[in-house]
Design a protein around this ligand. Structure first.
Ligand SMILES: NC(=O)c1ccc[n+]([C@@H]2O[C@H](COP(=O)([O-])OP(=O)(O)OC[C@H]3O[C@@H](n4cnc5c(N)ncnc54)[C@H](O)[C@@H]3O)[C@@H](O)[C@H]2O)c1
Length: 261
């Protein structure tokens, strides 16, 4: 089972930014286990397995809103890979709502997936990395909303600010184990999440037609374009690579200059 390939585990690696990251690590020669709540991954798995047939590529069910599911997923993933060189926590949800319509359920699902799920994923991964004594890299997907809360998403902003605090705190706790913990802050990256954002924010912010709000926001980006999943994957690959060995507890914006802090 074990080979010389490096080992990467990713939760939320089946679509959007996460699929871009999965593809990049496979292209870089990693064995990869993907955790996903969406069980309709067969076509994606077949497509990836055809391209990368010398490497392990496996998809397993994982719902990061349930601690038991997280624990079960990492146990299976560790059994398959033998160790984790890199762990990427990318699963995330967004709900957009005016304050008067925001429910306890909106708050709970957002924080459960984006923050609590990430916390308990980090806990599992760190436990295995410590036992294996080979160090490791953990990369958490935050957001531009971890720098600057956007309107109608206080719960999402809170969840992503939480990712930043968790990343800094854990980075300090595991530095002596040779483990780095960093976060990435994507701006506007064209994925399913952004189609939802465009539609729902668009309605709340002035009844924009589909595509109009996104186009307006993109105009405010100094580089005047949305980001590509491949560009986000490139940053993650850098943070997992040798040139990032002395970087920990950091959050790096990848947003064409949208937020400069
Ligand atoms: N697209 C953007 O512009 C943007 C900007 C900033 C941050 N982000 C963040 O990037 C990450 C990926 O977003 P995306 O744009 O690719 O969106 P997406 O909706 O395409 O992907 C979300 C991912 O999270 C997974 N997921 C959701 N709930 C889950 C659960 N309970 N358990 C396990 N997995 C779950 C989905 O299966 C999917 O893989 C998210 O954390 C998101 O908050 C995205």
């Amino acid at each position: 089972m074990d080979n010389n390939n490096k080992k990467m585990v990713i939760c939320g690696g089946n679509k959007g930014i996460g699929l871009g990251i999965t593809k990049r690590f496979l292209a870089d020669g990693y064995d990869v286990v993907v955790g996903t709540i969406d069980d309709d991954y067969t076509d994606t798995l077949i497509m990836l397995s055809k391209l990368y047939n010398h490497q392990i590529i496996q998809f397993l069910h994982c719902d990061v809103s349930e601690v038991k599911s997280i624990s079960h997923f990492y146990q299976q993933a560790h059994h398959i890979l033998g160790r984790f060189d890199v762990a990427i926590n990318n699963a995330g949800v967004i709900r957009i709502s005016k304050l008067e319509d925001l429910t306890e359920q909106d708050w709970d699902i957002t924080l459960d997936v984006n923050t609590k799920g990430m916390m308990f994923s980090c806990k599992e991964v760190i436990q295995y990395m410590r036992e294996d004594k080979k160090g490791g890299r953990i990369i958490n997907t935050a957001s531009g909303q971890a720098r600057d809360g956007f309107i109608y998403t206080p719960h999402y902003a809170a969840s992503k600010f939480g990712v930043m605090g968790m990343t800094q705190s854990l980075a300090k706790e595991v530095a002596q184990d040779g483990i780095t913990v960093n976060a990435i802050c994507p701006g506007i990256i064209h994925t399913d999440m952004w189609d939802y954002n465009d539609r729902v924010w668009g309605k709340l912010m002035g009844n924009y037609q589909p595509g109009e709000l996104m186009a307006t926001w993109v105009e405010n980006i100094p580089m005047k374009r949305a980001g590509k999943v491949e560009e986000v994957a490139g940053l993650v690959a850098f943070l997992a690579g040798p040139d990032a060995a002395y970087i920990t507890g950091q959050a790096i914006n990848i947003d064409g200059g949208l937020i400069m802090s």
